[in-house]
Unconditional design. Structure first.
Length: 655
């Protein structure tokens, strides 16, 4: 993938990547997680579940380097083509119905598409911006003919244009913009070699291309206006310098232009001496017959004049150029000044005799396919915060009239330990819920959005964006005996023995506790003596005591392998799975859990008092303590045993 190689070159140039923002119409999760993310993190391409866990930690490291601020913005109508999400890379569906739709620009987006393909990378050596035609899909990065261009971000105008572009997208998605965008220095020199242009810019890319009064405009694009002749008239009326107007479309099935036949005929017939119109075929896009007899889809959008060239997401349509009365797209690209030239000599003219347009049926199928890309009636930002108390939050970000919202009856289904929690967005469009027990989130990265449509209850999926993904538990011990052994030896988070990655793939054979599909032996067969059990709990307490800072302490309580949370959950599972264990052994084991949770709560409160100015997050110890089962009961006939246990309680300080 040439674009992946170019991305690698830019990553090398910026140094360690600190910000990586992507915009796209549609996307493939596999491309993002298996190829793009490893390049950003400087990691190997993942293949196994364990590889993806290591990649997660490279993107959002637990210690040392700060996590990469990686974000992917896509059109709200574009759903994932993959069903499994393996990392915590956040995905945001952009919806132009947000409360901030009333923009100061002359264009109104309305029902238009979020269509830009922009990459912003920032590191210690500066920032780069790239723009072009390639969506974040395997086709866009590996199969189609695409065009993409990167530039080092320099110059006041370019910085303001890029930051204004992303600031508006953040606002559309309901994200805070404070601190995200650096101040543009007033003394920074201008760069006259290139310009970043979007649908939010004061000047359009055509305004820039028209500078220098070029006579010829050549456009590579797969999609054309259905009223092509009239649209070309409008462009030439506004920019009279484009007296020679040439279009190089992608030919569907190797012969057909993607507009009805009458539109093709009208475009060619409108050619006059003062306004020349031409269609061309680019044979360089065809693959050799030995590999594939079909031509590759030419998805590139390039606008060329003798002086300048523009590379971006602009098709030759009214929506793309922002002149549609009700539906304008958000587009973006880069104009390169004084880098234009003549079209390639390989182009072959398409004449009126061999110009083939779509049939009425094909045109209707294309329209139906476009109309079928429906956005949900409401859009909502759903977040899960891994820091401390494990908290859901949600925010309705699309503007809906109250009476319409009441008819839709939208609600979110948020998983909780006691089943799905239904949250009415009509009554509570914004709120939060502390979860405490977050085991269900270790695999699940989406929630359901339900609403009423034509008398039926419709459900769609919404990606969950994770706050503090570096706090997400990555692995856990497959067997209770392995956990006990590691606690005795010390620092279980650094001991890979007996640990397995928490499953990502719903089709994986991995069991919920990470045992990777092994035949799990009965715990009654495992040898965990009284002495080893006591030593393990003592080791866990020592690790809490020796935590070097509040962050490490929190992780040893909540997210590290062998954390207090895992000790409680794994031990409770062992107790429930083995009712034949001696009640005396279970009594001591439960008491040890209570002591450990009590000690963790005590040392955590002490850390909070000593670090009052630092946000340490919250840990719900009440939820953790509630997981511990009650002490076993002993019959009256075993009064001697009860007496011994009471003596042990007094000697050890058990609760």
């Amino acid at each position: 993938m040439k674009l992946l190689d170019s991305l690698q070159d830019v990553v090398n140039a910026v140094g360690p990547v600190r910000r990586a923002w992507f915009t796209t119409f549609t996307y493939n999760l596999d491309l993002i997680e298996s190829y793009i993310a490893p390049v950003l993190a400087g990691a190997d391409f993942p293949k196994t579940p364990d590889d993806y866990h290591r990649l997660q930690q490279d993107l959002f490291p637990i210690d040392g380097e700060a996590p990469i601020d990686i974000r992917v913005f896509h059109d709200i109508r574009a759903s994932a083509r993959d069903k499994v999400k393996r990392t915590s890379i956040p995905l945001y569906g952009v919806d132009f119905r947000s409360p901030h739709l009333n923009t100061p620009e002359r264009r109104r987006f309305g029902d238009g598409f979020f269509h830009p393909k922009v990459i912003y990378l920032e590191g210690k050596n500066g920032a780069f911006v790239g723009a072009g035609s390639a969506n974040l899909t395997l086709d866009g990065w590996g199969r189609n003919r695409e065009c993409f261009h990167f530039e080092k971000l320099e110059g006041q105008s370019n910085r303001r244009a890029v930051f204004s572009f992303f600031r508006r997208i953040f606002t559309w998605c309901g994200l805070a913009t404070n601190g995200q965008f650096p101040q543009v220095r007033g003394d920074e020199r201008e760069v006259h070699r290139w310009r970043f242009v979007s649908s939010l810019s004061e000047e359009s890319f055509l305004d820039h291309l028209a500078k220098g009064a070029p006579d010829k405009l050549t456009i590579w694009t797969p999609y054309l206006s259905t009223s092509l002749a009239e649209f070309a008239d409008g462009i030439q009326d506004r920019h009279a310098c484009f007296s020679d107007f040439a279009v190089v479309p992608d030919l569907m099935d190797g012969s057909k232009i993607r507009v009805p036949q009458p539109a093709v005929d009208a475009f060619l017939a409108a050619s006059k001496s003062e306004r020349r119109r031409s269609l061309y075929f680019d044979p360089t896009g065809a693959k050799s017959e030995s590999s594939d007899a079909r031509s590759r889809f030419s998805h590139a959008k390039v606008w060329l004049t003798p002086q300048h060239i523009a590379v971006g997401s602009w098709n030759l349509t009214r929506s793309a150029l922002g002149v549609h009365p009700t539906r304008n797209n958000l587009e973006a690209g880069i104009v390169l000044f004084k880098q234009g030239g003549k079209p390639p000599t390989a182009l072959r003219r398409i004449t009126g005799d061999n110009a083939k347009g779509w049939s009425d049926e094909e045109a209707q199928e294309s329209k139906d396919e476009l109309d079928g890309l429906k956005r949900p009636p409401v859009s909502v930002l759903v977040t899960f915060d891994w820091l401390g108390d494990r908290r859901w939050s949600w925010k309705l970000i699309s503007t809906i009239e109250p009476e319409v919202l009441a008819q839709l009856r939208p609600e979110l289904l948020l998983p909780t330990p006691r089943g799905d929690l239904a949250v009415s967005l009509a009554k509570m469009p914004e709120g939060e819920k502390i979860v405490g027990d977050c085991g269900f989130m270790l695999k699940q990265r989406c929630v359901s959005l339900r609403y009423q449509e034509k008398g039926e209850r419709v459900s769609t999926l919404v990606w969950v964006n994770e706050c503090h993904p570096e706090e997400r538990p990555a692995t856990r011990f497959g067997y209770w005996e392995d956990l006990i052994s590691s606690l005795i030896e010390g620092l279980p988070e650094r001991d890979p023995r007996g640990r397995n990655p928490i499953a990502y793939d719903e089709d994986s054979t991995t069991e919920p506790n990470g045992s990777e599909g092994k035949s799990k032996p009965s715990i009654s067969e495992l040898s965990v003596s009284y002495f080893r059990m006591f030593a393990a709990m003592k080791g866990a307490a020592l690790q809490l005591r020796d935590a070097g800072n509040p962050t490490e302490l929190r992780r040893r309580i909540a997210s590290y392998p062998g954390s207090v949370c895992e000790i409680v959950e794994s031990t409770v599972q062992a107790i429930e799975a083995n009712p034949q264990w001696s009640p005396i052994y279970r009594w001591f084991l439960i008491q040890e859990l209570k002591v450990l949770v009590g000690y963790a709560k005590k040392i955590w409160k002490k850390a909070g008092r000593e670090n009052q100015k630092t946000d340490l997050g919250n840990i719900d110890f009440a939820v953790l303590a509630a997981k511990i089962p009650p002490l076993p009961a002993f019959p009256q006939a075993e009064a001697k045993i009860v007496q011994i246990l009471e003596f042990a309680r007094a000697e050890t300080g058990y609760p």
